[in-house]
Design a protein. Structure first.
Lengths: 424, 541
């Protein structure tokens, strides 16, 4: 890659206010903080990674650039959509269809002189450990649980004598959001708190197939049952208006048949894309909080968040700042397996379905082993065929109480470990 | 492509926010005109968060020229802006964010406008005051705007700290967006609902008259109502009232299951605790009914008070029950049975609405106004939210500063060194410092290194003066937290940190949106945020 020339002809006044904080000790500053030129130089040399260049990412890039960070990387595999423009302020209508990471990086570099932002239009999984090791801090503005779990586990795995990369994570929904600081293996990690997510209330297939009652049931019927039936292997593209229109029309017909009111185009989109409401102001609050923590961690100018802040704006202004406990049996940063009570009469396949209902065990292609045998392996093909008959078997044939069950998944750089007990 | 119901270009762009405040909220935003005083980083970031969702218009008043320091904190300025009008340059770069928004700027001070053309202020929906504005100016603005009902947000953002004081006179909120508006009327079913229970559930225990499939698909609302009849017959016609009775009732439900996997009965059991409540009018709604503006309507009464009064009259003739909202949660049932139950609730809600609409018309005629002045849709929204409405009565800045400060709020927090009240006091002292007549340049405390400690001493003195004025007892021990807060404030030397300015812009914009859309519940009346401990606190001062 060609080296970028960074313009550094700045007036000394530019960072006067930031410098006040860095050259003066505050009443709450840590003892180790040495005000002066050192924190300034440190900030300028420090490499920081931003994951996501969407609603939070745009804010994060702007905030870091105006907090004295000079060497920023950003990763995002998405392209710009029209519905991003109500909050992703680095993008204009003419940018629709372009890479978020590239447009965002170019915009901030043009606006804030002296900052170098290196964009990557790819998935975070495309980068290896060596890539992640070069950063001192990672700030995440993602809307995907899966990607958060991946980067969290990756940074925990990287912890070594010389490496400990803090992960600062933000998330929003409507008027609410949260910002948190994760010191891998030291404070609670993303995986430790997965049970805070609300479990997906899955609608039973029989409701969709025969007794719909809600507009959402009609929409899910159209996408889950009718689409594969009529379109075969063609995958639904949630962003293709023709596909959405097809689903909307089908759902509307279904609703009419059962006298169910309320199916709309917007609701169809909302259900199939699992749309979460998002506004600029909430993104601003959460991203600013994340970057404020990044600045404090990078400079030690003031103590940083330990370790979680929730913001609620729909009823007055309310923050809840607390220390979330680290879990000893966290599959990523803990060292103890979790307990899992299973029904010995149920089959392995039923167990796998049950695991999908819990956020902490929702996996794409899980493979299951006990310490003595492989129960079900997704790959390679021969082993999948060999273990497939186990799916039908009852658990009592496959394991005993006290056995350790280990679950791996190609999407997760760690294994889930459980100690089995039989429920009556 | 013209699919009926497909979104317009505007609906696509604003999709993620329309899901929060709907077309009504959006319309309110698009007709609003915001005044920003001083294009500080916090002020500009606030406008960014309002321009993006499509506020109608904004105007920036500021006579400053752009400096290098501005470029270090304000994203809506660039190298080419140096030396030019800060109002103009920020206005230009903000306008790039959304072609549908009109931006204006006035290259002048707010003091000059207050002197020469105060009537201009009447055109604004909301005024946001940021930067080093002295107390006298804030109070002059308040004297004009508060009586007109134009809300003022007085924002101060220094270093790791911010406060936002909202002066809002009277602010009724109908669409508070509660998690649920479900009222199942389990303890007092209306006749149509009782009839449906008789028809569908009376043979719930009779295996001769009901198939297993029917039994497993009875909507849980009908199960509960049928079982309640049985319970009442052995309990002096009373429903289960305490925790142990509710548990007993759950056992009764369990005994009525025909097999262990009847989900509808499980749903019924789970609904006992959340839905078995004696009907009552929530305290916020009751306070609104008892408000003088509700009991004494005048020709000038706003539609909120007229509809509130109509609903009050309705409840008095309706056994103290509010109009039925009509919502029904999903439950295991055959499609047709669920829809029928849903329609039973909806029909009752419509009938209640019709009665309220009638009362509204009578009230309007009685006041000598047109009977059609209030749209039925407005009454309908009100009826659906009658149990969740809120009224915020704020306080003017003049009331806080000059007349009867709520000293109790401050004194009760003072002894806690971690309380954020210390930042409030520190920033009031900051304001006193820049308002000092001797400080003609409005130099901020801690502006230069050698005077940091001297200025901290001056701020501490301002705090003790304020506390004395409020007759709040204080001592060096009590003011330990305040002294630290002041230490942080002078450390910043009057400067904004971009992160805190941006966070401030987010908090203030959320509140502005809530006030303009009259949706969700607005903060009342002062929020303090501390970026060191990442905490906020709201005080009613």
């Amino acid at each position: 890659m060609a080296t970028t020339t960074v313009l550094t002809t700045e007036s000394p006044d530019r960072w006067k206010y930031l410098n006040n904080i860095l050259t003066r000790r505050g009443p709450y500053s840590d003892e180790t903080f040495e005000p002066g030129d050192e924190p300034k130089a440190f900030l300028a040399d420090l490499k920081i990674l931003v994951i996501g260049a969407g609603g939070l990412g745009c804010e994060i890039l702007k905030n870091l650039a105006l907090s004295g960070f000079k060497d920023i990387h950003v990763i995002d595999m998405d392209t710009i959509d029209i519905s991003n423009l109500n909050r992703q302020f680095l993008f204009r209508e003419a940018d629709v269809g372009k890479s978020k990471a590239e447009v965002a990086a170019a915009f901030v570099m043009k606006r804030v002189r002296g900052v170098k932002i290196t964009p990557f239009n790819c998935a975070i999984q495309d980068k290896d450990d060596e890539y992640y090791k070069q950063f001192k801090i990672v700030v995440c503005g993602l809307d995907s649980v899966e990607a958060r779990r991946w980067i969290n586990a990756t940074l925990v795995n990287l912890v070594g004598e010389e490496t400990l990369i803090p992960l600062i994570d933000g998330g929003t929904e409507g008027f609410k959001g949260q910002a948190r600081v994760i010191l891998p293996t030291i404070s609670c990690c993303y995986e430790c708190t997965l049970d805070m997510l609300t479990p997906r209330a899955a609608v039973p297939l029989c409701t969709l197939a025969s007794i719909p009652r809600q507009p959402a049931h009609c929409i899910e019927w159209a996408s889950v049952i009718q689409w594969p039936k009529e379109k075969g292997d063609l995958k639904i593209d949630m962003d293709d208006p023709e596909h959405v229109t097809w689903l909307y029309t089908k759902a509307l017909g279904r609703a009419k048949e059962f006298n169910i009111p309320g199916v709309t185009y917007a609701m169809t989109q909302g259900v199939i894309k699992n749309i979460i409401p998002a506004i600029a102001s909430t993104n601003a609050i959460v991203a600013a909080s994340c970057c404020n923590e990044a600045l404090k961690i990078a400079t030690t100018a003031s103590p940083y968040l330990d370790n979680y802040m929730m913001y609620t704006g729909d009823e007055s202004v309310y923050t809840f700042t607390f220390q979330h406990d680290k879990k000893d049996d966290c599959p990523v940063c803990g060292n103890l397996p979790q307990d899992l009570a299973v029904d010995p009469e149920s089959t392995l396949e039923q167990l796998m379905e049950k695991l999908q209902e819990r956020p902490e065990t929702t996996l794409k292609k899980p493979s299951l082993r006990t310490s003595t045998k492989s129960l079900y392996l997704q790959a390679p093909k021969q082993l999948e065929e060999q273990t497939r008959p186990n799916l039908e078997k009852q658990l009592k044939e496959l394991m005993e109480p006290g056995d350790e069950l280990s679950i791996s998944d190609p999407g997760m750089p760690f294994n889930l470990r459980f100690i089995i007990s039989f429920s009556s | 492509m013209s699919v009926p119901g497909a979104p317009t270009a505007k609906e696509k762009k604003y999709d993620r926010q329309l899901r929060l405040w709907g077309a009504g909220g959006q319309e309110a935003l698009e007709t609003a005109h915001i005044l920003l005083i001083n294009a500080t980083a916090a002020g500009t970031e606030t406008l960014k968060n309002l321009v993006l969702p499509g506020i109608g218009r904004f105007t920036i008043v500021d006579n400053a020229a752009v400096t290098d320091e501005d470029l270090g904190t304000n994203f809506f300025l660039d190298d080419n802006s140096i030396g030019l009008s800060r109002a103009q340059k920020t206005c230009e770069l903000l306008c790039e964010l959304n072609p549908e928004v009109q931006g204006h700027f006035i290259n002048d001070t707010i003091e000059n406008i207050l002197k020469s053309a105060p009537e201009k202020l009447k055109d604004f929906t909301i005024v946001i005051a940021t930067g080093d504005i002295p107390t006298a100016t804030l109070l002059s603005l308040d004297s004009i705007l508060y009586p007109l009902g134009i809300p003022i947000f007085a924002v101060r953002c220094v270093g790791f700290t911010m406060t936002c004081r909202l002066a809002l006179s009277e602010h009724p909120i109908v669409e508070t967006h509660p998690a649920s508006t479900v009222d199942l009327r389990l303890f007092n079913p209306f006749p149509e609902l009782a009839a449906l229970v008789d028809e569908k559930a009376s043979s719930m225990d009779d295996k001769e008259k009901m198939t297993t499939h029917e039994h497993g698909h009875l909507p849980y609302v009908l199960i509960l109502l049928q079982a309640l009849q049985e319970w009442r017959s052995t309990h002096d016609n009373n429903p289960p009232s305490n925790y142990s009775q509710k548990n007993e009732f759950k056992s009764l439900l369990r005994s009525k299951m025909w097999n262990a996997d009847e989900e509808n009965f499980e749903e019924a059991i789970a609904a006992v605790l959340p839905h078995f409540n004696v009907p009552s009018i929530p305290s916020d709604t009751k306070a609104i009914f008892q408000d003088e503006k509700c009991t004494n309507l005048t020709k000038e009464s706003t539609s909120f008070w007229i509809v509130a009064r109509a609903i009050k009259d309705f409840t008095e003739k309706n056994d103290g029950l509010l109009p039925l909202p009509g919502a029904l949660p999903d439950m295991k049932a055959e499609s047709k049975d669920y829809i029928r139950l849903q329609n039973t609730y909806k029909a009752k809600a419509r009938a209640d609405l019709a009665v309220v609409v009638g009362i509204v018309k009578d009230l309007l005629v009685g006041l000598g106004r047109g009977s059609g002045e209030i749209a039925e849709s407005e009454v309908e929204t009100f009826c659906k939210h009658a149990g969740y409405i809120k009224l915020i009565r704020g306080r003017s800045l003049n009331a806080e500063y000059e007349q009867s400060p709520r000293a109790q709020v401050i004194s009760s927090d003072l002894s806690d060194p971690t309380s954020l009240i210390h930042y409030y006091l520190g920033l009031r002292a900051y304001e006193a410092f820049i308002s000092d007549e001797g400080n003609t340049q409005r130099t901020a405390p801690g502006a230069e290194d050698p005077i940091v400690d001297t200025d901290a001493g001056k701020l501490n003195k301002h705090v003790t003066e304020l506390l004395d004025k409020l007759s709040i007892t204080h001592s060096p021990e009590l003011l330990e937290g305040t002294e630290k807060a002041i230490g942080e404030i002078v450390r910043a030397g009057g400067g904004e940190l971009h992160n805190i300015a941006s966070l401030t812009g987010g908090i203030v914009a959320q509140e502005v949106i809530k006030v303009i859309t009259k949706q969700y519940i607005t903060m009342n009346n002062t929020v303090v945020f501390d970026g060191i401990s990442s905490r906020s606190q709201v005080y009613q001062l």
